[in-house]
Design a protein around this ligand. Structure first.
Ligand code: FES
Ligand code: FES
Length: 166
C-alpha cells in the first residue's frame, strides 16, 4: 500500500519500503538537510523531528508508523512557530535558530538540528522554562563538542525573545 506522509505542511508520497527509517526518507527522498544521522540508535538526538509537536527520533521510526501525524523538521520550524503565534508572516528564522547564531552556540553544528527541534518542543508548551526544566527536557541530546552552556544560553535567549514578542 502506498505511503504518504505530511512533512512541513506538504503531503509527500513515499517510494521507500514501509520499514525504512523516516530519517532516510527525509534525507534521501525529500532531500532535507536538517535531520542528521548520528548514532542511528535513538541515543543522540541528531535526527529528531516533531510529530504533531512531539519530538521523535526519526532514525528509529519506520516511515509506515508515521501515519497521519504532521512531521515538522528544522526547515519547518519557522512556519510552525508562525502558526503557533498567529503571525501574519513566517519569520526567516525560528527564534531558537536566531539565538543559536547570536550566542554562537554551535561548534561543528552536527547536533544543531536535534537541539533546536527539542527546544522548540519545550518552548511551545513552556514559554518560561527554568534552567532545571531546560536541563531535564534537553537530556539525551548529545553535543560531542560540549557546547552545552551556550546551548542553554541560546534556549534562554530564545525564550525571552518569544515572551517579549507576545
Ligand atoms: S541518529 Fe537518531 S538518535 Fe542518533
Ligand atoms: S556543536 Fe558539535 S556536536 Fe554539538
Amino acid at each position: 500500500m502506498a505511503i504518504n506522509i505530511k512533512v512541513n505542511g506538504r503531503d509527500w508520497p513515499v517510494s521507500a519500503d514501509p520499514d525504512t527509517p523516516l530519517l532516510y526518507v527525509l534525507m534521501n527522498e525529500l532531500e532535507l538537510k536538517g535531520p542528521r544521522f548520528g548514532c542511528g540508535l535513538a541515543q543522540c538526538g541528531s535526527c529528531s523531528v516533531l510529530a504533531d509537536g512531539v519530538e521523535i527520533r526519526s532514525c528509529q521510526t519506520v516511515v509506515s508508523d508515521v501515519g497521519a501525524r504532521a512531521i515538522t523538521t528544522l526547515e519547518g520550524l519557522p512556519e510552525l512557530y508562525a502558526k503557533q503565534k498567529g503571525l501574519a508572516t513566517v519569520p526567516a528564522m525560528h527564534p531558537l535558530s536566531q539565538a543559536f547564531v547570536d550566542e554562537q552556540a554551535m561548534h561543528c553544528g552536527y547536533c544543531y538540528n536535534g537541539q533546536t527541534v527539542k527546544a522548540a518542543e519545550l518552548l511551545a508548551k513552556t514559554p518560561h522554562p527554568t534552567e532545571a526544566q531546560i536541563r531535564a527536557h534537553m537530556d539525551g541530546h548529545i553535543c560531542r563538542c560540549g557546547s552545552y552552556p551556550r546551548i542553554m544560553k541560546s534556549i534562554q535567549t530564545a525564550a525571552a525573545a518569544i515572551v517579549k514578542e507576545g
